[in-house]
Design a protein. Structure first.
Length: 287
């Protein structure tokens, strides 16, 4: 396989992580699900991983994404490319990538391509930078037969002679901008504790109770009705009353049910995103 120029994989996904990522989801830079890792393509010279093959959704061709720039985020592999860019990339039929196809793939993903390798033996190259340089973002060329043919800017203008007036010159500028990708993740916001305790309160209630009372009634007796004898005597009669008996026993009064339910709130996220602006300054001297 060919080589990329200037790759720094120090902060990217490791070879061991890639080997264990088969079957995991692959997400684009804008958070879209691109499919799952089906196979890893290694460089035939260094045996270093270069391409991630995604599961095919239609047809027999596999979709390839460069390993460089990929990162492992949780259970998914994140690649620094948009869904549109990945879906529109050239596909591969077999288990090997030709030099011609690899060059087309690097060009499609905006990665500079060469046949050399870095001093470390790793592919030398990297994903396109959005911050600077801009080499490769501004291209000069001619349109011939509907096809854009790039050439060095020094070949334009007066150095080209009358041919410059006869061909169709074109300058192509790639404009990039950052896209805001917002998602959610679960976190523990708190907890609910259910605790029982015993407290004492005074209760008053009225209870009817009965009792016997003694009353003395004197009734006159007619003379001659009974005989009488004088003497001492005593009799005991019990007096009965009801007393209040207090008995306490536990009883189930109610059941408390603690439930959780999911509610959805709206939260506004504000962030700064950068985008490139293209200014055209024409400086023409027609004197």
């Amino acid at each position: 396989m060919g080589r990329q120029k200037g790759i720094d994989m120090a902060n990217g996904i490791t070879a061991d992580e890639l080997a264990a990522s088969r079957g995991q989801s692959v997400h684009s830079q804008d958070g879209q699900d691109l499919g799952r890792v089906e196979e890893i393509y290694n460089d035939i010279n260094t045996n270093e991983p270069e391409w991630i093959a995604l599961t095919s959704t239609s047809g027999s061709q596999r979709t390839l994404v460069p390993v460089v720039g990929a990162q492992l985020q949780g259970d998914a592999v994140m690649v620094p490319y948009s869904e549109e860019q990945v879906v529109g990339s050239p596909g591969v039929d077999g288990n090997e990538i030709s030099q011609e196809l690899e060059a087309r793939l690097y060009s499609h993903y905006g990665i500079e391509y060469s046949e050399g390798e870095s001093d470390s033996g790793l592919p030398a190259g990297g994903p396109p930078s959005t911050n600077a340089g801009r080499e490769g973002d501004i291209r000069t060329g001619d349109v011939e037969g509907g096809e854009f043919k790039e050439h060095d800017p020094s070949e334009e203008g007066a150095s080209e002679g009358r041919a410059d007036l006869e061909d169709h010159d074109e300058m192509r500028v790639t404009r990039s901008e950052e896209e805001l990708s917002v998602g959610t993740r679960q976190r523990e916001a708190g907890e609910v504790r259910v605790k029982k305790s015993v407290e004492t309160e005074k209760v008053q209630t009225s209870v009817p109770k009965r009792r016997e009372e003694v009353s003395v009634e004197r009734v006159p007796v007619s003379e001659g009705t009974t005989s009488a004898e004088l003497g001492e005597d005593e009799i005991s009669v019990p007096i009965v009353e009801e007393e209040v008996v207090v008995e306490k026993k536990p009883g189930v009064k109610e059941e408390l049910r603690v439930k959780k339910e999911t509610v959805t709130d709206e939260e506004t996220v504000t962030a700064d995103v950068r985008k490139e602006r293209v200014d055209i300054d024409e400086q023409t001297d027609r004197s």
